[in-house]
Design a protein around this ligand. Structure first.
Ligand code: 5AD
Ligand code: SF4
Length: 442
């Protein structure tokens, strides 16, 4: 195989994969490779895969197959991410187009693996080394106004349907100093908003410069002191790890945005128990009450699964009931998908595919009604938005509200500007506003 000169990284799935993809791109750039322009062939293609739902592996293999060019040649192919972790060497038995298999905890070794592949080897690295991959990564380069920063990885919760504890491994927290340094460097390079990422981000723990041990709250309070950083967010949280300190931070730290992604998955206690979720519908609602007491305008977002084994219509009605009780600003909802190796895959009571489709539709209709209601509640309000992209129409830009809504407005303000807008209209997935002022805080 010849020296790759250009590369392309395709990331699927969660924000952590997006972050990992960005870091791999930086690593490749440091090796002297350039990103292949849109529409042009790349010499090396990295498929950064997601394993969360069914047919993930099949999808990855068909994506690999499609990399074959019309003239019969193909790029060097690296299978990365969670499918790579789960399949390991099996991936290369199933497809002779896969030169490299690299798991999410090993991608700092990508340059070595590429060098091995050049020599005709087919390296597989799905190790989960104790030493942090982040230590081996180059510093962040150019970044947009809104940046991701991984602070925690892995999960010890073992929800019975989920592959993450197996693909991403046990919960580990990145050290305090590394995170603070990366945040400082992101802000220096133009980030005004940072989203702290982790599969269970609120399980982050560490020791600060003064030797104090603390959780996510301590980190948020430290990052809030960075000049030029205007907004802090975090995702995803598990109800079991939300502590008093973090709740208090929402009322005390102005830069911490009033938005909480707190998946509930289902509204029936019987199903929650079978899912091994360690919370009930009621304890979840009580927790949200505490957040809302600290920050009354808190927007809540969630994840839902319909059709978990044994879910009856009555159970599903309880999911709809919790949706109404919370009034979600936004949500992701999925049909249950049996993942080999997880306890739920062995459970009886599979829900019929049509029933699942029907429940998903009803749930999504209910969730959309709530997000539209939430958007409508902002009409007439004045708020800050952080411009992050161009709008569809000429002269239009789009920015994010504190509650993570997309707000479009007529303005010539460039990407990265913080504007004050008055909201004039609400749509299901966005708001329309009129600019009042440029360069405001948070
Ligand atoms: N089937 C369907 N949805 C799932 N999720 C995780 N595992 C499964 C599965 N086996 C959903 C959960 C989780 C989100 C990231 O993906 O809702 O919060
Ligand atoms: Fe999966 Fe549950 Fe861990 Fe979330 S908390 S990553 S759903 S096991």
């Amino acid at each position: 195989m010849t020296d790759p000169k250009t590369f392309r990284i395709k990331s699927f799935g969660c924000q952590m994969n997006v972050y990992d993809g960005e870091r791999m791109a930086e690593l490749m750039a440091k090796q002297g490779l350039t990103a292949a322009p849109e529409g042009e062939d790349a010499d090396l293609v990295v498929l950064n895969t997601c394993h969360i739902r069914e047919k993930a592996a099949e999808k990855a293999y068909s994506d690999v197959g499609r990399l074959k060019r019309e003239d019969g040649s193909r790029p060097m192919v690296a299978l990365a991410g969670c499918v790579a972790q789960a399949e390991g060497a099996e991936a290369q038995r199933r497809s002779d187009m896969i030169d490299i298999v690299v798991g999410p905890q090993a991608y700092h070794r990508l340059p070595d693996l590429v060098a091995e592949a050049q020599k005709g080897k087919r390296p597989v690295d799905t190790d989960m080394p104790a030493i942090s991959k982040f230590d081996a990564m180059p510093a962040r380069k150019t970044v947009g106004p809104s940046a991701f920063l991984t602070v925690q990885e892995g999960c010890d919760k073992f929800c019975t349907y989920c592959v993450v504890p197996y693909t991403r491994g046990a919960e580990i927290s990145r050290p305090w100093g590394d995170i603070v340094n990366e945040a400082l460097s992101l802000v220096e390079r133009g980030a005004r908003e940072i989203t702290l990422l982790g599969q269970n981000v609120s399980a982050w723990s560490g020791i600060d410069e003064k030797g104090r041990e603390g959780g996510l709250e301590l980190l948020v309070r430290r990052l809030a002191k960075i000049d030029g950083l205007e907004r802090i967010r975090y995702t995803t949280s598990h109800p079991a790890d939300m502590d008093e300190g973090l709740i208090a931070a929402h009322s005390e730290v102005e830069k911490l945005m009033p938005y909480l992604h707190l998946p509930v998955q289902a509204g029936s206690d019987r199903i929650l128990k079978a899912m091994n979720r360690s919370h009930t519908a009621e304890s979840y609602l009580k927790l949200l009450d505490r957040f809302r007491a600290a920050r009354p305008d808190m927007a809540i977002s969630g994840d839902f699964i319909v059709g978990f084994p044994g879910e009856t219509e009555e159970d599903f009605q309880e999911t709809l009931a919790i949706v109404d009780a919370v009034g979600y600003a936004s949500a992701y909802s999925f049909k249950y998908s049996a993942r080999p190796g997880t306890p739920a895959a062995e459970m009886e009571g599979a829900v019929d595919a049509h029933v699942m489709d029907d429940r998903l539709q009803r749930l999504q209709a209910r969730l959309s009604a709530h997000s539209l209601a939430f958007n409508r509640s902002k009409v007439g309000e004045t708020m800050s938005i952080l411009i992050d992209r161009k709008g569809k129409r000429p002269g239009q830009m789009i920015g994010k509200s504190p509650w993570l809504q997309s707000v479009f407005a007529e303005t010539d303000a460039p990407i990265g500007t913080m504007l004050e807008v008055e909201i004039l209209e609400a749509l299901p997935n966005s708001l329309g506003g009129r600019v009042l002022r440029q360069e405001v805080a948070a």
